[in-house]
Design a protein around this ligand. Sequence first.
Ligand SMILES: Nc1ncnc2c1ncn2[C@@H]1O[C@H](COP(=O)(O)OP(=O)(O)OP(=O)(O)O)[C@@H](O)[C@H]1O
Ligand SMILES: [Mg+2]
Length: 419
Amino acid sequence: MSRERQIVAGLDVGSTKTCAVIAEVTGDLPRSPVAKILGVGLAKNAGVRRGVVRDIDETTRSIVAALRDAERMAGVKVGGVTCGIAGDHVQARVSSGVVAVNGDEIGEADIARAQQVARAVSLGRDHELLLHIPQEYKVDQQRGIRDPIGMTGMRLEVEMYLVSVQATAAQNLRKSVERAGYKVTDLVPEPLAAADAVLTEDERELGVALVEIGGSATNVSIFHEGKIRHLATVQFAGTHVTSDVTQGLSVTQADAERLKERQGVAYEPLVDPSEMIDLPSTPGQGARKAARQLLAHIIHQRMDEIFNLVLTEIERAGFASRLNGGVVITGGAAAMQGVAELAADVFGTGVRIGSPEGNVGGLSDSVDAPRFATVVGLAIYGAHRAAAGFSPTSKHRALAGVGVDKFTKRLKIWLEDFF
Ligand SMILES: Nc1ncnc2c1ncn2[C@@H]1O[C@H](COP(=O)(O)OP(=O)(O)OP(=O)(O)O)[C@@H](O)[C@H]1O
Ligand SMILES: [Mg+2]
């Protein structure tokens, strides 16, 4: 049977770069869609700080550039994009909803009612609900139920994970995308997108912390028993490392960035103490050299601080001794040599660097770096959304759990598996 080609796009608007990925939805549909990468586009962006758009014109320009390049490479035009959103305004909480069961057997309508109760919490002024993920159900006294349909009971309880964002932050992001000539079909919390691009099911089941080190912030997401348990943001990341190098070695911002990316090491013991590197210099400074160990020392100090703040978050969430799946590091700054060694030292667990190329088809080589984790996760999200047969306008009805139809059921299964 021939079917229309379904194209999706992920858009990651970061504080250093905007990245777009265009993919075709392939694989075993609707259950196991695969995002086949067709095109990737990357553009610098100086219009976003800590996940919040500060300059709409600059952000719009970078979105146009990234999507234009991705469209050229893919040979297709896209209209809608799955866009990531991040920052410390992203809030997550667990909320439960209890209802009395009307008939003997629990049906879709009972589940919808329970979810509605769980969602009816005050999010605080100026916050909009982005996602609500049913985590588990409880029927009478029995807990840990994944699908209560058909079970007999008097009382049904659902535990939901709610993610909300500041409404103005979401509006400004949507506005930037619209000004660039595209439509946001979904806004997705970036840490959840990155998780889907790099984590394995086993890691989520065993307990894992995903640490995404970007330009201006580091996102932490903790999964345990297959569920998302905690989201947090640490306000230090790659640009803070660059600033430290700028000051420590008296070089310009651009030179510090180059030095860091080409010769930077995050774990000082990996560097030979006798190794010297040339430092960029002004005519006044004259030719300069420095021990590579000094560069590594500067980077090591800051990365150590970042990882210790992440560790505090993990401890605060109560998962320090429950990460049997270890820690996975991703995001642009994860590409630096020594990051895994330093992280293993701080976290005392197994550590690996997460890159998304193994979880997609097509031109997967073009997303073979940790900085593509979020954008690839967004394309994967879009592929699942498309496979579930959703048009953006039916989203709210479907997520609200009312109007149960086969699409709702598919989406429900997928959301539960997804996060
Ligand atoms: N090879 C590399 N070695 C060291 N650092 C790197 C390397 N490649 C990228 N980075 C750093 O990664 C950071 C950018 O990461 P990323 O692209 O994930 O951020 P972003 O999405 O733009 O920002 P944010 O998510 O914080 O808004 C920069 O600070 C950059 O210096
Ligand atoms: Mg980012």
